[in-house]
Design a protein. Structure first.
Length: 158
């Protein structure tokens, strides 16, 4: 059974990688060793890391960062949790966007929202988000101070 799936496509000078699943001791990440140049990694599908998977991920990205420029998009909440606690989690890569689990105050609906990191940095926090169902105000379903820690104190290596 494969725990993680990598989809790799080439678009001009950029390689795009979509990662989904669970990254644990069985995660097959060897495809990263063939990449170089500009690499854009979409992490929206990553559901969870365990400690072995996290260590393996850091080692793989450290190797990739030595020959590639890394940009991470749509970082899932599981990725943000690791980014906030693990030194060098995304090597020398930069986060362009991330996903926040949102909860509507009015109707109680929960949904995911894609945030642009530069916009959040400019606002020094999250922009106002409205529920797609009722239009009511929505809040991050986590402590915003803790969740956005990676923007204030990056855990990047290199």
């Amino acid at each position: 059974m494969q725990h993680v799936e990598l989809r790799i496509t080439r678009h001009g000078q950029e390689t795009q990688v979509s990662v989904s699943g669970v990254i644990d001791e069985a995660a097959e990440l060897s495809e990263f060793s063939r990449l170089s140049g500009r690499v854009r990694v979409d992490l929206r599908g990553v559901r969870r890391f365990n400690s072995f998977g996290c260590r393996h991920w850091v080692d793989v990205l450290r190797g990739l960062a030595s020959r590639a420029t890394l940009v991470f998009v749509a970082c899932s909440p599981a990725v943000i949790d690791q980014l906030n606690t693990t030194y060098g989690f995304l090597a020398s890569g930069t986060v362009e966007s991330f996903i926040g689990a949102m909860l509507c105050d009015r109707c109680g609906r929960d949904f995911d929202h894609l945030f642009d990191k530069r916009e959040c940095e400019a606002l020094d926090g999250l922009p106002e988000i409205r529920c797609p169902s009722c239009g009511g105000p929505a809040e991050l379903d986590d402590d915003p101070e803790r969740y956005l820690h990676f923007m204030r104190e990056p855990t990047r290596a290199g």
